[in-house]
Structures are given as structure tokens and as C-alpha cells.
Ligand binder design. Sequence first.
Ligand code: ZN
Length: 383
Amino acid sequence: MVLVLLTVLRFSIEKTDTRARLGRLVLPHGTVCTPCFMPVGTQGSVKTLTPAEVVESGAEIIVCNTYHLYLRPGYKRVQAAGGLAKFIGWSRPILTDSGGFQVYSLAALTRVTDEGAEFQSHVDGSRHLFTPELVVEIQEALGSDIAMCLDECPPYSVSRPVAEAAVARTSLWAERCSRARQPDTNLFGIVQGATYADLRETSAKSLVALDLPGYAIGGLCLGEASDVTYDMVGRVVPLLPVDRPRYLMGAGYPEDIIAAVRLGIDMFDCVLPTRNGRTGTAFTSAGRVAIRNSRYADDPAMLDLMCDCYTCRGFTRAYLRHLFVVGEALGPKLLTLHNVRFYQRLMQNIRAAVERGAFDRWSSEFLDRYRPGAEPAGNESDR
Ligand SMILES: [Zn+2]
């Protein structure tokens, strides 16, 4: 039997520019430069892309989903197949979420007690109980480079008593996850507290006391106003240990990533680049482009002249629009390919700017060109 020794993560800060940090995160399956964006491979696949294409985009780590993989194909089956990385043909690091978020958002949640979260599968209605110990066991069986604690993740708009109870339970569960883990499991705690600043602080302090390898901020970027998001992140970050990676879960708009890097966040994930790619929205250096728009019907320009991806090297907006209009599978694929590369290039540019000590100047230049939420106005064919 070959014994594979996994190392606990090593994280080093190479450079800081005010609170923005350039770091290196060394994990069992490879090294990740931070700030990083992790494409989401919910079911063990970054939708429409091959692992080689994800690697080519520059992504050094992806996120997979414990809840989904637990239900199908089942974590013991993945373990028997040699672990998740081998099963999905991905040779770089993988972070798995704990399933807490999906239990609250996707499954029919039947009961939450201190013991765990009982839910009904969205696939076949079968009943399951996620305990802190089980989600650690699942993630260890999958062979995750980074495992997440089970957390209680209520909607951001909950009442104070509900948020308070979720914080208490999240701390209790984190302690149990920490006790249950193998010494070499890179377990991250998840700070909760909805939009109550003092609860966020309580949550951060109790998790930091567990001395975990990294920390995430959860329960944000779910529809609350962005100044509220930034306020919460800004209060939590100073309470987290300087020498551990910090992960803002679910932050996906370029403007939010930039704001969070400025507050000292190192890791991001979101379904936006892949989901929007499949539904026809591209992120470009000028803002978002809804490719089905009839204004692109005769547009001979590439999607984004500042992009070096395969899509932007060879396909016009007019053709991309055509693919979506007629429902060809190549359309979602080409837009996803572009979006995933756009996010990796965004992070590469952020890291280069921090390295030069020019993050502020770079981000204001980027945001001058990039119009959040809006399509570029007028005919873009001369771009
Ligand atoms: Zn592109």
C-alpha cells in the first residue's frame, strides 16, 4: 500500500499594499497564488469546460460541492475511485464546501438542532442528516485540499435572535469539526452573523480561538447592499489572524472582488462566470455584455479586445449571438471559456498591481473602464 502524506497548508504573505495582500498558499495538490478566484465545479465539473481548459484559464484551484457529491455519486464511491481529484481528472488543489449553504438553500430543510441539519434530498426526497463530524468525514474521503466546517447559514435578512442562534451553533459545530478532523486536514471556519456587526465579531473571535488553518466569511453576497457587505467584511478581517488565508464565500462581481481585496481578502469563489456564461452574459473589460442582444447581430468585433482567451481570438460577437439564438451548445461553452479566463486575468492583474504597490491606481483605472451592471452603450463594432 502506498502511503500518501498530505501536508497541512502553508501560507505566506509576499507583499502587502495597504490591506491588500499578495500571498502563496501551498496545498497538497499544488501552490495557489492569492488573491485567487476559484471556479466552481459543483458536481465535480466546471460546467462546459474540460479540466485542461480550466488549467489553461490560469485557475490553480477549484471549488466542489460536498452536498451534491454526497448525494451523487456518493462520497464512498468517489473515495473508492481514488479520491475526487483523480475521479474528475483534475490534478490541482480542490476546496470543498461543507454543504451547509446548499442544505439551507437547495434541499428541503426539515430540522436543525445542535446535533446537525436534517434535510431531504432535492434529487429524490430521501432524508439525510449532516452532522459536523459527517461533513468532515465526507471531505476527508473526497481528499479535499481545503475542507470547510459545517455552518448554519441563514438568509442575510434574518432577525437578530435567529442570527444569534446561527452564530452560536456555527461555533459549536466548528469546534466539533475541528475535533473530528485528521491532523492534516486543512479545515476552514466560517464566520456568520448576518448583517449584525457585533455578531460577526463574536463569531470571528470564537472561531479564531480554535486556531484553524484558515477562515472564511459566509452568509454575505446573497443580495444585501454592497456597502453592508463591505462593512461586515471590514469588521471581521482585522479580527482574523494575519498569517491565515481569508476567504469571502460567494463574492463574484469584479467590483466586489476588488473591494474585498482592498479589505484584505485572499480567496474568492462564485458561480457567476460559469452560470452567466451559459445564459449568455459575458464579463468584459468594458462591463457586462448580454450577447443575445440584437445590437450584436452584425457586430464583427471580438467579445473583448483586451482578452487573450480562445473565444476572443477567433469568434465575433455576431457569431456568438447566433450560437445563442439558435441554441447551439458551443455558445455557452465559448462564453464560459471567456468568462473563466476573464476572472483569472482579473486576479492576475490584481496580484501584479499589489506586487507593484499600485493596487489603488490599478483598481481605479479598471473601474473607470468597467461599468458594473450595465452593458456597454451604443454600437461596439469599432472597439
Ligand atoms: Zn476572452
